[in-house]
Structure formats: structure tokens, C-alpha cells
Ligand binder design. Sequence first.
Ligand code: LCS
Length: 391
Amino acid sequence: MKSKKGFSSTSVHGVGERDKMGSVVMPIYQTSTFFFKSAEDGAKCFSGESDGFIYTRLGNPTIDEFEATIAALEHGYNGIATSSGMAAVNTVYLTYLGQGDHVVCHNALYGPSRGILETAYPRFGVESAFVDTTDLKNVEDAIKPNTRLIFLETPANPTIGICDIEAICKLAHQHGIKVCVDNTFCSPYLQNPLDLGADIVLHSLTKFINGHADIVGGIVIPKSEEDYGKLNYTMVNFGFNMDPHQAFLARRGVKTLGIRIDRAQENAMKVAEYLESHPKIAWVKYPGLKSHPQYDLAKKQMRGPGAMISFELKGGYEAGKRLMDNVKFCVLAVSLGGIETLIQHPASMTHSKLSKEARNVGGITQGLVRLAIGIEEVEDIIADLEQAMEE
Ligand code: LCS
């Protein structure tokens, strides 16, 4: 489903039918179930002859309208909204991975997206390889005859490493392997993995898509009707569904996605430049800086550098810890993509459950500090970092 209208026109107006009662804003259909006009009507809804609503785990007008809007922004077949980003990740894993299958992943995924493959999936006979997928050669070497899925995050959480989606998809498809891209760090405003060849895109919409740090949610968007059918079966029958109130808030967030990201990434560019020129900083990773190892690739496949920065102070972990304790304006909290600037320490927070070795190999150093830039006045963000580094 691709809208002919511009990004923000689609994000504001959506692509689906307007509410039948005439409400300009899609209301919250806070109901678990829907009545049938007759026994025959009920039977037709169940057989698929009629597209009437049945039960909210299977579909609901508030959720459907949200799913269709995101699918239009991602140029996918349709969206499958889930209770969390992790439910979206597991919808993909459970759909494509089974006994004897193998998955190749980026080695710097969001902690639990990697952790669950290491702890739970081996019980079901699933094998995983975690490699630096920013280098195509590593992906090629990791592919085995039983590889069914390549799972990428680009930019990756929290290393901001960038993978060549188009090149990886070409390689994967030669081997009949599906590619899923977690597009959380970009949102559809900055990157459309399906246009670059990916089969499935997913989001923790807790982040930029909702954008207001007030709900947890996820969404999976496949390119084909066939994949939609398989993924939707998993979501419905494992019970990973979103609820209508969540969908309402996420839908409201989507309306301002473009202007929020414009402002956040304008701020992030200034913060990244400030950090890079600061004598106490050892390194900064931000796709908008020429020093980013995949700067050219970022320019090619992303429409902007985004609002996520990682960096390390010359004083390593101790200096980073002092900085996080000293900030007064930036908020010391996990998550990202909201309107407020957040700072956190992946090695002891979002990625603490991974082994130290896995973190080191993935580039998640002990001293790495992650900044999620918000839409405040950038002078206030920089002044706060300045005073926090002075102390
Ligand atoms: N994918 C990415 C790239 C994420 O960053 C997260 C959460 C998830 C999936 C899971 O989404 P959730 O279930 O939380 O909606 N990332 C977090 C982070 O960096 N800090 O706190 C959560």
C-alpha cells in the first residue's frame, strides 16, 4: 500500500476509511468483541466472505487504521500492530524460525532482540550467528544451508553501525533467505527498508513513531500479502496484539512524526558536532558526521542522520558515569525517540544482560554513552552537557 501523497499528508490523514460515525479523529473502539447482524453474518465474518470485525485480537477499527497508515509510510502490504517492540521481534522470529533453522543477525542488536535468541530459541532447535553485518563479507561467510532469516538493525542500537540493506538483501535472496530490518532508529520518515529490498520491516513504536514516551508498542510490516498472512497468524495466535487505546495514542504520535524528526535531527547534528570538538571526548558516532565509518552509505540509504548519538569520554566508564550523574536537563533514562533528550549507559542498562564478550565484540564498550536527542532548544541540551562534563 503506497500513498501518492507526501509523508506528513499521509501521516496526518492516513489512507484508510474515515470513521463511520463522522469523527475526524479515529476514536478508540474500546471493545473486545463485535456483534453480528445474524448467524449468517457471523459465519461470513469467520469464513472471510465478509470483512466485518469479530474480536479485537483479530482486528479492531482503531488498530486497523493505525496499521494501514504505518504500512503506507513504509510502502508495505499492511501493518501488524503488536503489544511491544519485542512482540514484533518475536512475531518475526516465530514465523520464520523453527527446529533446525539458522538466523544471521547484526552483533549489536537491542539487547533483548539478541538475548532471546541466545537464551530461549535454542530450546526450539534454532541456531543463531551474530556478526558485524556492516561488512557484507561477514554476512556472506555466516550464511549456512539452513539459514532462513537475516535480522538487521540499522542504525544499530547502540553502536549506530549502518548496514547496506540493498547489498545484504541481494545476497540473501540469492540464497532464498528472508531479510527483516528493525527500522526503529530511523522511522519510515528517514528510511524505507522495503524499497531497498527487505521483505519485512519492524519498529518498536515506543520510540519515534509514538514519540511521546507514554506507551510501549510495536509493528511489523511485510512487503507481500503472503508474508502478511504468515506473520498475522503468529501475532493473532500467540496473542501479541496491540490494544485500541495504545493504537489511538500511537496514531496521534504519527501525525507529527516528520516535524518531530526534523527538529530532533537538527538538534542532534549540532550536539554531535559539539561533542566531536570537545577535548574530553574520545570518539562520537553519528551518521551525520564525516567521521562515521559508514557516512557515505548513510547518505545513500537514509534521508537524514536521525537523532541517536553514541560517544565515549576519554576518561572511559568513570567519566561517563560522572557525566550521567551530573546532567540536570537531559534525563537519565532508557528508551529513545521521544520529545525529550535521554541519556543512558548501554553496558549497565539496555545491554547489561548480554555477556561482556558479546558486548565487546559488538562494539558496545564499557565507556559508551548513548544520547537520544529530543526537540528542546539545542542550546539547553549543549549547556547541560557542558556543565556535566565540567564537574
Ligand atoms: N528494537 C529496538 C531497536 C529497540 O531499541 C527496542 C527497545 C526494541 C526493539 C524493543 O522494543 P520495546 O519492546 O521496548 O517496545 N529499545 C530500548 C532502548 O534502547 N532502551 O529502552 C528500550
